[in-house]
Each structure stands twice: as C-alpha cells, then as structure tokens.
Design a protein around this ligand. Structure first.
Ligand code: SAH
Ligand code: SF4
Ligand code: F3S
Length: 444
C-alpha cells in the first residue's frame, strides 16, 4: 500500500506530517510523493486565511479522478480545516473517509488499518483531549540536518483576527522530559539544528498541562545536548518575551541570533483592537534590548494590512516600524475574515482594493530593506547549515539550500567531496532577491 501526504500551513503542520510519515512507514506503508500512484492520501490543512482553505477543497476535488479508477482509494483530512469542517467533508467528497484534528492525529496510523479492512467505514477524530496526546516515538535512521520539535499545542490568546485558538484548542504544554528525550534522540541520529515549535513558545509551561518548567529552563537544557550546533524557536509573542529569555541570547552559544517576532501592525490603536496586549513602544524596546545583548541580532516578522478600522495613517505607522526596525524578512498578509473571530464582527472593514494597495506598498518597502541587508552580506565568510543534502552522486544540479546563523537562505554549490557534509564554511558571493549565494571555502 502506498500513501502520500500533502501539507499546507505552518511549521507545526510540517512537523505533524513528518511524524505521520514516519509512523505510517513503520507500519509497512510505502511513501510516494506522487498522489496519483497512492492508495490513500492524507492532507494536513490550514485555515488561517481564506485562500489556503479554498485550496484544500480544490486539491481534494482534484483527486476524484483517482477514486474513479480505484474504488478503494481514500483520503484523510487533518489539521485546522478538518477541525472546523469536520464531518462536512464526508458529505462533500465520498472518498474522504477520515477527518482528524491535531489532538486526534496520534491515532491516525492505527485507524488507517481499519479503513483498509472495512471499506464502508468513515472515521472522525476531531474532539479535543484534556491532555497533551503524546505520540508514538518514531525516528528516522538518519535525522535531517534541522528538525522541528513540538513543545506545545494550541493557543489561549484569542487575537481578534485569529482562528488558531478555535482550530487547535487551548494551550497544552508537553513535559520537559518528553521534549528533551525527543531532542536527544534526533541529535544522536545526526540532527545539527533543533527548532522548538509552538503557537506561542514564550508561554510554554504556563498552563495546567506542563510540568512547571519555564521556556527559559527548557532552552537551557536543550542547549546542553552534546552535538547540537544550533537552537531556534518559533513563534514568540511579544507580550510574553521575558527579560530572562532576552538574556539567554547572550548566554547560550548554540542559540542562533535570529528571532521571528510577529508585530502584525505598527499602530497602537489597531494593536489594541487586535488584542495583542503590547504597544509599538514596547515592541521597539524589546528589539533594542535584544540588539544590546546581541548586536548582530536579526529579526523577521508577520504583518497584517487592512484590519477592520485601519486608516491610511495607521498603515503608515506599520511602514514606519519597518523602517525603524529593518527586519530581514516580513511575511505579510491581507486581513481575512475568519468565522467565529471577534474581528469578523467588527465594523469599518477595509475594502479589498485598498488592502491590496497597502500590501503591495508594504512589500515593496520590505523588499528594499531586505535587499539592502542582503547586499551588506556579500564578501562575508560564514557557517551554513545545508538542508536536504541528497547523497546521490548522479545529481546534476548540485546547488543546495542552506541557512546562515541569522536564518537567511543561502544557496551553496557543492562538489563531490563536500556532498556528505551538512555544515560548511562559505563566502557570500551574491545577493539575490530572496536569498544569498555562497561559495564553499571549507567543510566544518
Ligand atoms: N502564533 C502563530 C500565528 C499563526 S498564524 C504562529 O505560529 O505564528 C501566522 C500569521 O498569520 C499571524 O502571525 C498573522 O500575521 C497571520 N494571520 C492570522 N490570522 C489572520 C487573518 N485572519 N487574516 C490575515 N492574516 C492572518
Ligand atoms: Fe494554519 Fe494556523 Fe492552523 Fe498553522 S495553526 S495550520 S498557520 S491555521
Ligand atoms: Fe493566533 Fe494570536 Fe495565538 S495570532 S495563534 S491567537 S498568539
């Protein structure tokens, strides 16, 4: 039996899909990247904006032709859209026979067997659990250079625009032991970098599910793992970024000097309406403190344009923050109404053409800033961690994607000798629009 997995959305979905893939392979199912040759296909979906949600419907619809040729073919839908739509998928697509949310995913590898044995059966796993459902421990023989490790699930913040607290439930931290043992296992299998994941990692441990360990304590322990070269985490909420965490950037050698810190907007009036619980002044002060501790600190962010009630003046304050902070990168989105959120019911919605205009303007400004920052890297010598290096000597295109310490993408051309190596020392030779180009100096 062959299966395929199609993933949308955030890193947490990517991490969930990686686990699912390993657990299914352990049970003897064979992975294929081509859904057309699969006996079943699993989707991991995202509903943070309307567009990715519609994409799920069209992608699932596209698979109807496989089912017409193979009556036993079936689809399972997981993630945030599944959590919302639930069994509605069964009515819409006869070949969808499984829906699962993030709390139900741990049962998926086992129920697949039932779906195969009983072709009439449909299974729904979308209820929230009153505990963090630990998953079966499965590890690849050789770990990738960089791995995502989930430290928590859900979110309690209910930012006015956001659907995540509804689709992923209340915040539930994993215990320190569960996180640590998983990290150690991956590093022993060759992982060089760990990225700790959660919707709001800064509040790790501050819920009734954790074991009392704070995020700072967790980071200190993970940083001690022998053989670990780089440690990152995402996503941070500015309201919970503590002094202790800021100091860690000056204390832990393996902690990379990069922080993804979603700003959303630069206007205090809109931040308040969003329920973000910080001001632009507070955000600027966090950036300043971090840069004092690590002068080379790089920042990336998420931005929303056209939140209900956002005036031209509010928007200009976001542009102003971009100029003041100079993010390396910004992920920017047009505000999108999500069902059940507070913002959906707010008055003074910004018309679509205006949102589009603001998005373009913001992206143009950010591109200039990114370009300036990237150009300044040319000539620098630095360490790059290569991702997905394939040990295939027949590879024609030997350019691999890697990342520098500051999380910038650096593409590197590798020869036969360096092919087996994941950490390389390179000289930056060119700045492209969204990445840098590096030339190998030596292997590390
Ligand atoms: N804490 C989460 C947030 C997930 S959503 C994290 O891991 O980053 C990621 C980003 O999508 C948010 O930071 C926000 O900028 C954007 N977003 C969320 N809801 C949105 C909406 N309704 N419309 C537009 N963008 C949205
Ligand atoms: Fe999408 Fe948010 Fe769900 Fe991640 S948590 S899949 S970004 S809706
Ligand atoms: Fe969403 Fe805000 Fe939580 S953006 S994920 S409600 S921190």
């Amino acid at each position: 039996m062959k299966f395929s997995i199609i993933t949308f959305g955030c890193q947490m979905n990517v991490a969930d899909s990686n686990w699912l893939c390993l657990a299914l392979r352990k049970r003897g199912y064979e992975f294929t990247s081509n859904p057309d040759e699969a006996d079943f296909v699993l989707f991991n979906t995202c509903s943070v904006r309307q567009k990715p949600e519609q994409k799920v419907y069209s992608e699932v619809g596209r698979l109807r032709s496989i089912w017409r040729k193979n009556a036993n073919f079936f689809v399972g839908i997981g993630g945030c859209v599944a959590q919302q739509v639930g069994m509605g998928f069964f009515e819409r697509f006869p070949y969808v026979r499984l829906v699962f949310g993030t709390d139900g995913i741990y049962m998926v590898p086992d129920v697949i067997g039932q779906l195969i044995v009983y072709p009439q059966k449909k299974i729904s796993l979308i209820s929230f659990e009153e505990f963090y459902p630990e998953r079966e421990k499965v590890f690849p023989e050789k770990a990738p250079a960089s791995v995502f490790i989930n430290i928590m699930q859900g979110c309690d913040n209910f930012c006015a625009y956001c659907i995540v607290p509804f689709t992923r439930g209340r915040q539930k931290s994993r215990t320190k032991d569960a996180v640590l043992s998983e990290c150690i296992e991956f590093v022993e299998r060759g992982a060089k970098e760990i990225v700790l994941l959660g919707q709001n990692v800064n509040s790790y441990g501050q819920d009734k599910f954790g074991d009392g360990t704070s995020f700072v304590e967790l980071l200190k322990d993970v940083a001690k793992i022998k053989g670990l070269k780089r440690l990152r985490f995402t996503t941070s909420h500015p309201k919970d970024l503590s002094k202790e965490l800021i100091y860690l950037f000056g204390e832990l050698d393996v902690l990379c000097p990069h922080l993804h810190l979603p700003l959303q907007v630069g206007s205090n009036k809109i931040l308040k309406k969003m329920g973000r619980k910080y001001t632009r002044e507070k955000y600027l002060s966090l950036v300043e403190q971090l840069r004092k501790i690590r002068p080379d600190m790089a920042f990336s962010t998420d931005l929303i344009v056209g939140f209900p009630g956002e005036t031209r003046d509010d928007f200009e304050q976001t542009l102003d923050m971009l100029r003041l902070i100079e993010f390396e990168n910004a992920y920017s989105f047009k505000y999108s109404d999500r069902p059940g959120t507070r913002a959906e019911k707010m008055a003074n919605k910004v018309p679509e053409p205006e949102k589009q205009e603001r998005l373009v303007e913001l992206q143009e400004l950010q591109e200039k800033i990114t370009q300036k920052k990237y150009m300044a890297r040319v000539g620098e010598k630095e360490e790059i961690l290569l991702e997905n290096v394939k040990f295939d000597s027949k590879l024609e295109n030997r350019t691999f994607r890697g990342r520098d310490l500051w999380n910038r993408v650096v593409n590197v051309q590798i020869d036969e000798q360096t092919l087996a190596c994941e950490l390389v020392h390179v000289k930056i030779v060119e700045a492209k629009k969204h990445s840098l180009l590096g030339k190998v100096l030596n292997i590390l």
